[in-house]
Write a protein that binds this ligand. Structure first.
Ligand code: HEC
Ligand code: HEC
Length: 190
């Protein structure tokens, strides 16, 4: 009897110090919610501007942008080849053709010193990147969620013009998934 009591006591002590903050099932649903967020951030409509290199990407397969468009000192292009010389503050009507430059107010890339990369990262690295204020210009997760919910450039992703596809989840569903993930402690996949 003594033995059979002492073992559970040791086990209880172990459990008391090592119980994870979330139960496995809430962790699973948080990771599923993160996967929704990931599928949006790494959809071409979003990742084409969130790139590690100095050129935006374009199209459904995120290929290098034509016309030698480059990030430039502020993300707005090179002198005499600013993004705004082709990208207006709104999409052009379809009569201009499906490959005319899309537009939204102040169309540009993040600046070179804060690239806010989504493209080419594993799910775990994307997760750790958006949780790192040094990589987000100081935005915490709450601010990131508000950006996805309210920002005009982000809004363009769901109304991209031409034959461009929209991200796989609606904007409202993306914000809801972000909130679910954040409120569950924002766990990252490996
Ligand atoms: C010389 C004109 C021109 C300049 C300058 C230019 N672009 Fe573009 N851009 C285009 C055209 C045209 C398209 C549409 C290509 C298509 O859909 O086939 C495009 C498409 C894009 C796309 C892809 C949209 C999508 O999701 O498929 C992104 C992102 C983009 N441009 C970003 C930029 C940024 C950022 C700059 C400035 C650093 C810039 N472009 C400068 C003409 C230009
Ligand atoms: C035309 C380029 C462009 C496109 C397309 C774009 N973004 Fe961005 N995004 C930016 C820029 C530039 C910033 C930096 C903040 C600013 O200047 O507004 C940014 C910032 C962000 C941030 C804050 C990130 C951080 O690290 O602080 C999030 C989140 C974000 N974008 C999500 C999206 C989503 C979601 C989409 C697609 C629906 C998208 N973006 C499409 C240019 C773009």
């Amino acid at each position: 009897m003594i033995r059979s009591i002492s073992v559970p006591v040791a086990l209880l002590a172990f459990m008391a110090t090592d119980v994870p903050a979330q139960t496995p099932s809430s962790n699973d649903s948080a990771l599923r919610a993160f996967e929704v967020v990931r599928s949006v951030l790494q959809h071409p409509r979003c990742q084409n501007c969130h790139v590690p290199g100095d050129q935006p990407l374009q199209g459904e397969d995120s290929v290098e942008h034509n016309q030698n468009a480059v990030r430039g000192p502020t993300g707005r292009g090179a002198v005499a080849s600013e993004c705004s010389s082709c990208h207006l503050n709104r999409n052009l009507p379809l009569s201009y053709g499906p490959n005319s430059p899309p537009g939204s107010p102040d169309w540009h890339l993040p600046p070179p010193e804060m690239k806010m990369v989504f493209f080419g990262l594993s799910a775990g690295d994307l997760c750790r990147t958006i949780k790192n204020p040094k990589a987000t210009g100081g935005k915490n997760l709450q601010a990131m969620m508000a950006h996805i919910r309210d920002n005009r450039q982000v809004a363009w992703g769901w109304a991209p013009g031409g034959n461009r596809t929209a991200p796989p989840a609606t904007r409202a569903a993306t914000v809801a998934a972000f909130r679910t993930w954040m409120n569950a402690g924002a766990p990252c996949p490996n």
